[in-house]
Design a protein around this ligand. Sequence first.
Ligand SMILES: C[S@@+](CC[C@H](N)C(=O)[O-])C[C@H]1O[C@@H](n2cnc3c(N)ncnc32)[C@H](O)[C@@H]1O
Length: 269
Amino acid sequence: MNYLKYIARTGRINQHPQGRLGTHLLLKKIPHNSKVKTILEIGCGTGHTAAILSNDSSIHYEGIDNMLEMIHFCNKRKKKLNLFNCNFTHHTKNIFPYENDFFDIVICESVLAIQSPEQYNQIVTEVFRVLKGKGLFIFNETIWNLSTSLKTKQKINDTSLSHFNIIQADESATLTNWKMMLPNHGFRIKHVEEINDLEKTKYNFAVNPSELKSLLYSDKIKYLSLFNPKELFLYLYFKIINQKIIIEKGILKSYIITCEKNSLTYEKS
Ligand SMILES: C[S@@+](CC[C@H](N)C(=O)[O-])C[C@H]1O[C@@H](n2cnc3c(N)ncnc32)[C@H](O)[C@@H]1O
């Protein structure tokens, strides 16, 4: 079974820590001033975060994803919801198709942790290159608690791979390792927010008109897909397996990490 292909086909959204709340907590970290004009999302999935951001017509959004099916869905969403300030690109290499010092903000959710260390290091190098000086890289990821044993990580990853064709998180993905990795790439970590056991009632993020249209569109596609027996089977299968491998408290932790590009511009060495 390939979970990512399934979510691309059925237009699923918010496939990351704390779902909609996680995205809004992340977006809250973007400074609300006229200086923020260009935003890149790595692993844009089916394009729902683009729809939320497109409500501000002064922003130009670029989304990249290495799965063609995701980009097809993003383009359907773009056409349906008239996301004229959003652009989606299928991109399989971790060298991004953008100039140096181009973006004010780069975001991603549930993308870095599922890469190998070589891949996530390449992505962070590229994020540094395409960000403007003092630009922010903000990401929402589930990574391993430091005390989690290698055996437990391998067991969870094996189960996840066999049922979803995707790992939970690379074994090296811990807060301690990433706190060393990010400054090595020239980032200053500004803020780390743990978002595991949020008291959800504490937060009330208003739905903007673009988000509302996108939510309704996603719901429609999701419910229509359930009339197809194959998709209904997959829906139930993934739901049951998800509950079966409920991860004990403390094995994995979710964070929103905000880092700032330290230097003013990218200097090629
Ligand atoms: C777990 S999904 C999360 C999608 C989206 N952030 C969401 O929450 O709905 C991860 C996404 O990242 C994409 N992805 C994984 N590795 C990538 C890479 N190296 N470059 C670009 N996209 C990648 C996948 O195709 C998928 O769309």
